[in-house]
Design a protein. Structure first.
Ligand code: GLU
Length: 288
């Protein structure tokens, strides 16, 4: 039996969905449905400070309104923390993680004081302050309070060798070192987006990750984690982001219309989905 094409929509419930989310969801949904495959809904609610139950309810309401249905139960990352913890322990046992005690302001001060602070896709790279602490210092400071865990990307890559992934038909060399030593478990959250998304795509049998181009570079880290944890690599299909008439990508902070707002204004969900399938914003929301 061939493996069924499986895609997913994986929103973080930190606000109401806007048209950009709907576009991504339609593309992932249609990719699976057109191939007789499965389309899954996963709620990425691992950030205790920002995820809210009312936004989860909003996501489900919005997708139903759009007429997009998913297969099986909704998955909640917040219910899978032991799975992520187990993977973290494996990476620790491989000697690839180190505890990091730096605060945001300490990192910022260190970067400001250094002559050449390298930058990656997410901003300045972590300067590596905690990478070389002695085992005694680590032990003492770990016992003293909460801390993050970072991946030693150089050691990890030395272990895996060069890695590649596919975006559509294009082979992409993975360059996770561009991000520096990423955080895999935060002080205040037991896992990170990178770790949870990588584990869940494998656990749910996702064959094709259809998501926005804003996550293209992060795929390099996901590929590295797959290699370290012995997980399969899905196909990636990053899509362009919808932009408004001025070329700005749709985002909550730039005032993109939420689906709830459109619904309240009497929008027709069938017409909206048809517009998104055609890669355009509904009339009235495109100023071009
Ligand atoms: N949860 C992520 C977000 O809302 C998306 C994760 C993914 O598609 O890989 O931006």
């Amino acid at each position: 039996m061939p493996i069924p094409v499986t895609t997913r929509f994986a929103p973080s419930p930190t606000g109401r969905l806007h048209l950009g989310h709907a576009y991504s969801c339609v593309l992932a949904h249609d990719y699976a449905r057109q191939r007789g495959g499965r389309f899954l809904l996963r709620i990425e609610d691992i950030d205790p400070g920002r995820a809210r139950p009312e936004y989860v309810a909003g996501i489900i309401e919005d997708l139903r309104w759009l007429g997009l249905s998913w297969d099986g139960e909704v998955t909640f990352q917040s219910r899978r923390l032991p799975v992520y913890a187990e993977a973290l322990e494996r990476l620790k046992a491989m000697g690839l993680l180190y505890p990091c005690f730096c605060t945001r302001s300490e990192i910022a001060a260190e970067i400001a004081a250094s002559a050449a602070a390298p930058h990656g896709p997410d901003g300045p790279l972590y300067p590596g302050t905690c990478r070389n602490l002695s085992p005694e210092t680590r032990q003492r400071r770990c016992a003293a309070g909460p801390h993050a865990w970072r991946l030693d990307v150089t050691s990890a890559l030395a272990r895996t060798g060069p890695l590649y992934w596919e975006d559509g038909d294009t082979e992409v060399p993975a360059e996770p070192e561009a991000f520096g030593d990423v955080v895999l478990a935060r002080k205040d959250a037991p896992t990170s987006y990178h770790l949870a998304v990588t584990i869940d795509d494998a656990a749910q049998g996702v064959t094709d990750v259809v998501r926005g181009r804003d996550l293209y570079a992060a795929t390099d880290i996901h590929r590295l984690l797959q290699a370290l944890l012995g997980l399969p690599t899905p196909h990636y299909r990053h899509h362009d982001l919808l932009t408004d008439g001025e070329g700005r990508r749709l985002a909550k902070r730039s005032g993109a219309p939420t689906l709830a707002g459109l619904r309240d204004a009497g929008a027709d969900p069938g017409a909206l989905v048809a517009d998104l399938r055609a890669g355009r914003l509904p009339a009235g929301y495109c100023t071009a």
